[in-house]
Design a protein around this ligand. Structure first.
Ligand SMILES: [Cu+2]
Length: 137
């Protein structure tokens, strides 16, 4: 990569120095082709990496959806108690009942005690926080 960049600079220098001379022209053309190839390669590689990241993100987001049941709601504290199955994304291997904070207070108005729900949560500095909460169908 460093080599190709140097070639490109050398090619341009030769071009401006030898106004249309065969050697200069040839050097510029070859350097430009190499640059183009490199750019195509980098674009292709970048696109692939980007696609891979998207795929991984989608997979993680899907795997992070947890089934649970609302046991208690504390709107004043912005907390909800959920009984849920194993949540590997949170490092919880066993079913459990625990208190979560909610990202948005409004989330607590969309469910009531006894509701079966699916949710996503993340481990924040302030504790486990529900980032998405939805009544199960
Ligand atoms: Cu838990």
């Amino acid at each position: 990569m460093k080599k190709t960049v140097n070639l490109g600079i050398a090619g341009r220098a030769v071009h401006s120095g030898s106004a249309g001379g065969m050697n200069g022209h040839f050097t510029v053309k070859r350097a430009t082709e190499e640059e183009n190839t490199m750019n195509r390669l980098m674009r292709a590689t970048g696109a692939l990496a980007f696609a891979a990241v998207l795929t991984i993100t989608a997979a993680v987001a899907q795997g992070a959806s947890i089934d649970g049941e609302v046991k208690k709601i504390d709107e004043g504290a912005g907390k909800i108690t959920l009984r849920h199955g194993p949540a590997k994304s949170l490092g919880m291997e066993e079913p459990m009942t625990m208190v979560y904070r909610v990202k948005e207070p409004g989330m607590l108005k969309q469910v009531k005690v006894g509701d079966k729900v699916t949710f996503e949560a993340e481990q924040a500095a302030s504790g486990y926080t529900v980032t998405r909460l939805q009544k199960a169908r």
